[in-house]
Write a protein that binds this ligand. Structure first.
Ligand code: 5GP
Length: 205
């Protein structure tokens, strides 16, 4: 088989949507995907392990990594830095493996700028679906509450514009299946397959 670069998949979405849960469920299944372990300045939580959940860094060390351009993207989230190590991602893709990032939205937008060939998956909160139903069916909630929810919903829907795929997280197992389907489809895209076959022909001539 012809050596092909791997594909970069980015799972992102609004805070509290369940990105971490879905990512862990995906990696609990048999997969050739490589998860890019992020760097963070936040405290290690009970049960977490260095080099498994995150690489835990001091603020000073993290800022040094930023200066040295060692991060593919980074963001400040709830007063802590989070970032993706550039070298791991680039080398792993080069060696033909797919890389999977699970990051918040500001970081995903940076990756979109620097790495437009990545595949961007937006994990969508199921509550918006419920909200839609409520709006459609004219519930009994106060107008303020409905307006607030609408404002939040609008922000989240607008974020979606920068992504290639949307997966509603109403059921973790189903969300995982959908992500696996996306990964499979990306590998079956005509331009990827055609490139491989054309290369094969060239090699034969
Ligand atoms: P937590 O502190 O709960 O592990 O993660 C908080 C948020 O940071 C989550 O939304 C998670 O997706 C995001 N996150 C984890 N790693 C990275 C990263 O490398 N870059 C960015 N931008 N966000 C990250």
């Amino acid at each position: 088989m012809i050596e092909e670069k791997g594909i970069l998949f980015i799972l992102s979405g609004p805070s509290g949507v369940g990105k971490g849960t879905v990512r862990k469920a995906l990696f609990n299944q048999d997969t050739d995907l490589k998860y890019s372990i992020s760097m963070t300045t936040r405290e290690k939580r009970p049960g977490e392990k260095e080099g498994v959940d995150y690489f835990y860094k001091s603020k000073q060390d993290f800022e040094q990594l930023i200066k040295e351009n060692q991060l593919l993207e980074y963001a400040k989230y709830v007063n802590n830095y989070y970032g993706t190590p550039r070298e791991y991602v680039e080398k792993t893709l080069e060696s033909g493996y797919d890389v999977f990032l699970e990051i918040e939205v500001q970081g995903a937008l940076q990756v979109r700028e620097n790495f437009p060939e990545g595949v961007f998956i937006f994990l969508f909160p199921p509550s918006l679906e419920e909200l839609k139903n409520r709006i459609v069916h004219r519930g009994t909630e106060s107008q303020d509450l409905v307006l607030n929810r609408l404002k939040e919903a609008r922000k989240e829907i607008e974020m979606m514009d920068k992504y290639d795929y949307v997966v509603v997280n109403d059921d973790v197992a189903l969300a995982v299946k959908k992500i696996q389907a996306i990964i499979q489809s990306e590998h079956l895209k005509r331009e990827r397959i055609a490139k491989q076959y054309k290369q094969l022909l060239e090699d034969e001539l």
